[in-house]
Design a protein around this ligand. Structure first.
Ligand code: C5P
Length: 280
């Protein structure tokens, strides 16, 4: 079974406060993008995992953790071999690892005749990570709570996009700690975006995009600010950080402008890729 594990971008990311469990209360509109990892699953006598990037071949990989959780829950007698072809940059704020985990959970469930109900699969996904339930849904959604409480957004417009990333590597827990120390005023981009989507107002929707981590990454990873400026210079309608960074996305009026922007960023030495956001 060959599957695509689609990355995501955060069109908005509002941080509403910290929680007693150590996580943060979020309100984020996330959309899948066509940039994806490729996963091959086959039934096998034992659980085997391999990847085109050797540093990712470990028991800690979310693919292995998702498979172990699936087999512990489904109690099958046969296991599976998993091959991951990693194309999505990591760690980047693009949910690549979460997408892989969701894809393995969903794929194994289908390969073994759906022993686990959909609702239970979402609970398993939430155990694996805050973004895994969204990746399992695979459609634009408002993500609240830790990120696992999903409200699907129907009729979300799709965009030509570019995703780019420089050399900085940021760790999500450290980014949340830096955010807490900065004492920034709260944002409510998600509410504005939902109102704009409801009213079918494309320019208000574009104006509402944003990410609460940007004032932090502007300082800790100034490359992200440079890439955003470069995208806007190349004709992006908007350009923002995805997740806790350091990846940046731009959305564009046309695929042609987006592809030209991706080429220009590549020439500047960045990883850059043209893709599209996915609707439903
Ligand atoms: O759930 P996930 O493994 O993606 O989270 C990684 C880390 O990011 C958490 O351990 C936590 O430090 C931080 N986080 C948070 N609040 C969230 C999601 C993640 O503080 N809603």
């Amino acid at each position: 079974m060959k599957l695509n594990a689609y990355a995501k971008i955060n069109l908005t990311l509002d941080i509403l406060g910290s929680r007693p469990d150590g996580f943060h209360e979020l309100s984020s509109v996330m959309v899948p993008v066509t940039l994806c990892d490729n996963i091959t699953l086959e039934k096998s006598e034992e659980l085997v995992f391999d990847c085109n990037i050797k540093e990712l071949c470990s028991e800690d990989n979310l693919c292995v953790r998702a498979a172990k959780l699936f087999f512990a829950t489904a109690e099958t007698e046969v296991y599976a071999s998993i091959y991951l072809e990693k194309n999505v940059p990591f760690p980047a704020g693009l949910g690549g690892g979460s997408a892989d985990a969701a894809c393995v959970l969903d794929g194994l469930n289908r390969l073994f005749g759906e022993p686990i109900e959909r609702e239970k699969l979402f609970l398993l996904a939430a155990e694996l990570g805050s973004d895994v339930p969204f990746c399992l849904l695979g459609a634009p959604a408002l993500c609240e709570g830790r990120g696992e409480l999903l409200t699907e957004i129907k009729g979300m417009p799709t965009f030509d996009a570019v995703i780019a990333i420089g050399k900085a590597r940021l760790k999500t827990p450290e980014m949340f700690r830096a955010y807490d120390s900065a004492g920034l005023p709260p944002r409510s981009d998600s509410k504005r975006l939902l109102a704009a989507a409801e009213a079918n107002d494309r320019s208000a929707l574009i104006a509402s995009l944003g990410n609460a981590f940007e004032p932090i990454t502007d300082v800790l990873a100034p490359e992200t600010k440079l890439i955003r400026a470069e995208m806007l210079k190349s004709g992006a309608l908007a350009s923002h950080l995805s997740g806790s960074g350091p990846s940046v996305y731009g959305i564009f009026e046309s695929g042609e402008i987006a592809k030209e922007c991706a080429e220009a960023l590549k020439k500047m030495g960045y990883f850059a890729v043209y893709c599209q956001t996915v609707g439903r």
